[in-house]
Design a protein around this ligand. Sequence first.
Ligand code: OAK
Length: 833
Amino acid sequence: AELDKTAAVVPESTALVPAPVDIANKLRYLFGRNGDYTVADAYQGTSWSVREKLIDSFNKTHEHWKKEDPKFIYYLSAEFLMGRSLINTVYNLGLEGEYAEALNQLGYEMEKVADAERDAALGNGGLGRLAACFLDSIATLDLPGWGYGIRYKYGMFKQALKNGYQVELPDIWLTKGNPWELRRDDVKFEVGFGGRVERRKQGNKEVTVWTPSEKVVAQAYDNPIPGFNTPTTSNLRLWDAVPLTEFDLSAFNAGDYDRAMLERERAEGISAVLYPNDSTPEGKELRLKQQYFFVCASLQDVLSRFKAVHGNNFDLLPEKACFQLNDTHPTIAVAELMRLLLDVEGLDWDQVWTITTKCLNYTNHTVMPEALEKWPVKVMAKMLPRHMEIIEVINEGWTKWLGGHLNDLAPEERTKRIAAMSIIHENPWNKEEMLVNMAYLAVVGSSAVNGVAAIHSNIVKDEIFNDFYQIFPSKFQNKTNGVTPRRWLAWCNPELASLITGTLGTSEWINDTEKLAGLRAYASDKAFQAKWAAVKKAKKAKLAELIKKVHGDEVNQNALFDIQIKRIHEYKRQYLNVLSIIWRYKQLKKMSPEERKKAVARVCVIGGKAASAYDMAKRIIRLVTAVGDVINKDPETKEYLRLYFLPDYNVSLAETIIPAAELSQHISTAGTEASGTSNMKFQMNGCLIIGTWDGANIEIAEETGIDNVFVFGVRAEEITQLRKERKNFKTDPRWDELMRDIEGGMFGDKDYFKPLVDSVNNMKVGNDWFLLANDFASYLKAQEDVDACYKDQSEWLRRSIMYTAGSGKFSSDRTIREYAEDIWHVTPSRPTA
Ligand code: OAK
């Protein structure tokens, strides 16, 4: 008999089950727990309960979008640094009251329970965290959009300290299950590698057939992304690599057990681990495999949904889908979209090229020249033979077109320019080797190219891609970065959020951060300043607790909390920060006890990971811990100065540190930090900035009032000249003294620190590429200004309030609106609640 399907219709949601009962049910039936819960249990029960509300919202949104068929934006990124999900989900869905109450009934506090969650750390730093903020804004703005990436089994390594040196431990984050993902057993695609390419006759048409020598399956996992204050819940689809034989038991039946097991290992290797490099590529073949793996699966997925609705009407594709390439990592998408439409769908070249370039856009996230990805032609031809062919044809067409376009130039000049703009070019360090320049492929294959802060977009136009800019000026845009005010103010600093809401008389600023400007009227109001100070004090107490837990030390909570947290990089100049801390220490040592009492006390915190192979960055970490070991023990000065390295800096640590910070350091060499995004998070939380005229610092200063920011150092326009003149640079005597101190073993480990000293002080070796010596004196001066200002607490608090008040521009909602209007041409589509 026919099954009565209507009888099996499940209820709409679990909404009718009270949350405490639901949590207990989850623990009983999913984990076999019956009372006597641990905090970790409470986290599991709560998350699996919240998950169902999230899925209800996800389903409604996607039913709506299916019906409406709007244009979608697909954010292709090798990294998504999501952090924890419980608090964000509960708050974004507006369930905080219900779940806080439920946990209270069970004897738990939401904050402690949330602390039991592990970070999802599928990213290195700025680029990956930006992608996560963008997803939050895309959902909050009701934009039809998904993220696409890789479900790494091991995310960013855990950093530990051993005798003050960094050690890396694996990030085993999936072992206890992940309530925030949903495996889609019906969504999987084959991805091929290697093999050969043949031409075959099919009727009177010649077709190209690629027969890969290796195949794996990409298995989809959906990670619902709840918007705030909207019924929209969007999606981050991550791909896991699994062997083909998992779906083909005949290999086992044929007795080919060991081959099948080896194949499993090889397949799983593709999505096994995130490469721990930030802003510098690792030219490993497995990395290219990862890139192609997720791009290939994502494009097949999008095309299969498109075809289900629009059949083969591919000219319509650019009106239904666009892709943002998060840096060059997904650039193989140019060739893959071409291949799918040419070889699989049978369209012809010109039509396919038009569609492809209409659908793709590229964001550049770094100016470091060594960071621009280039793959050896040999490697690409072997792993992706058909793609290499396609890239060659693209490049032939491109250079030929260029030849025509540049016909005003003298022949010699023209040849040179074409060679300089060729997507395939010689390796300048090894003339035998040819390289595919992925950034050039991305520029040629995209409709829009953008940088991530005003100064950076100018560098993109005037330097990095200047030749391309001259030819396609309208292709180049700026999209200044932003961060989500939900995670980075409202949810991580509820005390400040409630003061703001109480003062402005509305919480609308959470969706409309321009409303924060209303705080300017209170900046000099003494009563308001007192409340503002009380919040900061409470947040400082929490950070002090954390320092106590990690280092065992009590710190002076009236001291100025001075923070630098970001990846360790020579260009970010943590080393310069340490030098000024040593200088401060030496000054304190010279003072009488009476003089010391007048000094501004500081607790300095530095945190960040060094790429495992980045030797100089690891030495910088060791210098921080070695200097801290000396300073923090010195009975004469320890009341006035401390330096702590906080290990394993990650998203959730940032959520504790940033609200507590009073001064934050963004001191990259001018022209090197594309934007920076932690600067925006600090600004939102009323933290003053000491920084160079670089990245988004410039726009932050403009919005906050330049006089409220401690700006120092040379300007980007001067850098080239200053580098040329480095050999004749006369270093400051204080600098020379510090170099002698480190070299002389004041902090032990002389030999280990020698290369650090040489890198900035020995013209023959390092030449101080990042110009620490040039900025040293003006940095010390800016630090004196900081002290003077801190002594006037009312002025300090006024500035602090002005920072938050001026942070409206730096919401990722603003950034995403600009992308949506200027690049993606997607519009909101909200399901009914
Ligand atoms: C990582 C890998 C390759 C290329 C760039 C990166 C990266 O993280 N860049 C950072 O992107 C952030 C978001 O745009 C910027 O704020 C940082 O300045 C930039 O270093």
